[in-house]
Design a protein around this ligand. Structure first.
Ligand code: CTP
Ligand code: MG
Length: 262
């Protein structure tokens, strides 16, 4: 796509599919158990404000006019349940949804989602079901940077905490510090991470699953020697990981309801 054929201004940011760019799909890995959240249903099926986290995440992707297909990667024994949930919750007309069963690691689940993409998609957003509250402006910022030619785009925020590299020891034991990276040069990355589809497929083909697998798609792309671009992330795109994150997510939803933000 050349610059001359691109419409000017805001409409360019996240126009409808078929506006001259290749089509964009979103893959949502949602097959994790949520061990750190504690006992209960798989994390993506837990509710926030009465609605499953996964439905919030699907809606967050579908809110972007650029996204014409959402592929949900469900817990391996939960694809039927996820299909039922999606049937119960309305999505915009323009958005198609596919459900596929996931794998043992996030990396495998993303790969299974990519494998399910029909022909005709040239860009993909990979978005954690565990980040249910990402604002559409963040999604659109990633899409826009892709459309401007970046092969890999990641939303990110500066860190509040200073970070130490350590010599890891079993949980609970004291750990010796190895180094203290300069905080101002560090960023915490979020999702959706956006990619040129061929680039991400290449990265997944080249990266063997080791241990718990890659927790970040962009990291796999970096290993190809491809430059990953960071755009500003958003506080509300935080990942629901531990019980306190559920409290924060409910508070964000309550504030949105009070201010009619969505
Ligand atoms: N994920 C997945 N398949 C897996 C593991 C994780 O699709 N085998 C997804 C999760 O559902 C989540 C995202 O990857 O949306 C980010 O992972 P994380 O926050 O670690 O979720 P869980 O793995 O479910 O949580 P935990 O690590 O605490 O078990
Ligand atoms: Mg995990």
């Amino acid at each position: 796509m050349s610059d001359e054929t691109r419409p000017e201004g805001a409409a360019r940011a996240a126009g409808a599919p078929g506006d001259g760019h290749g089509r964009t799909a979103a893959v949502i890995p949602a097959a994790g158990r949520g061990v750190r959240l504690g006992p209960g249903a798989p994390k993506a099926l837990r509710t926030l404000g009465g609605t499953p986290m996964l439905i919030h995440a699907v809606r967050a992707m579908a809110r972007s006019r650029a996204v014409s297909l959402v592929v949900v990667v469900a817990p391996s024994d939960g694809a039927a349940e996820v299909r039922n949930l999606l049937a119960e919750h309305a999505l915009p007309e323009r958005t198609d949804v596919l459900v596929v069963p996931g794998g043992e690691t996030r990396q495998e689940s993303v790969r299974l989602g990519l494998d399910a993409l029909p022909a005709g998609y040239t860009s993909v957003l990979v978005h954690d079901a565990a980040r249910p509250l990402v604002p559409v402006d963040t999604v659109d910022a990633v899409v826009e940077a892709l459309r401007e030619g970046a092969p890999a785009v990641v939303p990110a925020l500066p860190l509040a905490d200073t970070v130490k590299e350590v010599e890891p020891r079993p949980a609970g034991e004291p750990e010796p510090v190895v180094a203290t990276p300069e905080r101002s040069r560090l960023r915490a990355v979020q999702t959706p991470q956006g990619f040129d589809l061929d680039t991400l497929l290449r990265a997944h083909e080249k990266t063997a699953v080791n241990g718990e697998g890659a927790t970040d798609d962009a990291g796999m792309v970096e290993k190809l020697g491809v430059t990953v671009l960071l755009v500003p992330g958003h506080e509300e795109a935080f990942k629901v990981t531990r019980p306190l994150d559920l409290v924060l997510a409910e508070a964000v939803l309550a504030r949105r309801r009070a201010t009619d933000a969505y």
